[in-house]
Design a protein around this ligand. Sequence first.
Ligand code: NAD
Ligand code: UDP
Length: 324
Amino acid sequence: MSIKRILVTGGAGFVGSHLCERLVAQGHDVICLDNFFTSQKFNVEHLLDNRNFELIRHDVTHPLWLEVDEIYNLACPAAPGHYQYNPIKTMKTSVMGAINVLGMAKRCNAKVLQASTSEVYGDPDVHPQPESYRGNVNPIGTRACYDEGKRAAETLFFDYNRSNGVNIRVIRIFNTYGPRMHPYDGRVVSNFIRQAIEGDEITIFGDGSQTRSFCYVDDLVEGIIRMMNGPDEFIGPVNLGNPNEFTIKQLAEQVVELVGGGAGFVHKPLPEDDPTQRQPDISLAKAKLDGWEPTIQLAEGLKKTIEYFRSINFDDFRAPTPNY
Ligand code: NAD
Ligand code: UDP
């Protein structure tokens, strides 16, 4: 295998840190770029001593000038609480970030992969969601900064491909969880595990009948790397996620059972535009990515995530800074 120079934007984040780890282990020259808005150096601290790993503090809304062979564009706040903190900045990150990585890819003839999302399907009325489904997104709601930003980024990727011949890949990631999620990101898995460990009430939004399909991070990273390295004829978009679907109530019960204890469940109002159901149709990924499919099921993945959450000190983590 030839050694490549690879840029991972958002590389210090939850998914990005696992991706950097895999690419470093494969021997590639990895540049991790992050502005640490929703992450901390902690996630990649263990990689810093590798001679094939480099860390840059930079914001993707500003132009980049690097020489690389491949770019994985993951920079973007992903948890609702994080992306709604400064919605205009979220949209800028998706759109200007895409323009900057695409411009760089064009200049240095690099291949560039966009981490898009199941949110492009909005609150879906087709179930499960195939890539051909065009979605049901509210363009003026509180989730729009993220959903529409990611949709615009997909448009930019396909236009740079058609107009400038840039070699692109687009993946649509469904709810992914695992070690190195930020304990205060407000996402459902991190919230439930932290609450259960601390003996707090588990906060179920709405009646808990809404569904999500949870993918363990190692399965996702395998899919991401296969997509980048797949044939140039298949640029996506492709769904990557675990098709096993659970209600939020079922997830809460499973977390409580695995952690033990807990102070029971408390119901809170359902956030605006919260999708009622979500499940990836992964037949395209299976067909095009060498039979890729998730291998780690929820109970096993939750155990590994709980183990990680027990190993960290929650006080070492902070929410997005008000000075940002
Ligand atoms: P995360 O918040 O842990 O990681 C995002 C990283 O991007 C963070 O390290 C953050 O500091 C960085 N970042 C944010 N804005 C930036 C900017 N302007 N310049 C440079 N860096 C910036 O979230 P994650 O779950 O690891 O998500 C990674 C990517 O995958 C995101 O693009 C997200 O939209 C996508 N995604 C994730 C999921 C999931 O369930 N985890 C689902 C769908 C899509
Ligand atoms: N959720 C919940 N309690 C929480 C956090 C989230 O019931 O403490 C619900 C949320 O309303 C949504 C689901 O869990 O229906 C997944 O939320 P998350 O923020 O993890 O991801 P997304 O909505 O972006 O899929």
